[in-house]
Ligand binder design. Structure first.
Ligand code: AMP
Length: 110
């Protein structure tokens, strides 16, 4: 499958990793939109939030259990977690990911 984030998981494309275990990976966004901008992904390919089901949602819960730990390690107390799903939401990489954004005052949602 020609998926950028699967290639990062496979080590074919480098990433600035901040967390990794057998299920998930977190790495700095290559084009940060905030002073801190980290992406959390499941290692197993899911195209987006649209692919999350009762059968695979445990990995999403796992990601959300790790986000506060990584945020703390990066010095964040206040932050935003976002997942864009589909073209209208400007999803550009079709592999489920959650943006962890922080480091300065944010505005509204969209
Ligand atoms: P989205 O637009 O919500 O699909 O988010 C995709 C994110 O992936 C964007 O913020 C990009 O800057 C980021 N991105 C694209 N290529 C890479 C890469 N090779 N390493 C790290 N982040 C990337």
């Amino acid at each position: 499958m020609d998926c950028l984030f699967c290639k990062i998981v496979a080590g074919e494309i480098p990433a600035n990793k901040v967390y990794e275990d057998d299920q998930i990976l977190a790495f700095h966004d290559i084009a940060p939109a905030m002073p801190t901008h980290v992406l959390f992904i499941p290692k197993a390919h899911l195209a987006g939030v649209r692919d999350v089901t009762a059968d695979n949602a445990a990995v999403v819960a796992h990601i959300f259990s790790v986000i506060p730990q990584v945020a703390q390690e990066l010095g964040l107390t206040d932050y935003r977690v976002v997942s864009n799903n589909g073209p209208e939401a400007c999803q550009s990489v079709q592999h489920l990911h959650f943006h962890l954004l922080g480091g300065k005052q944010m505005g509204g949602m969209v």
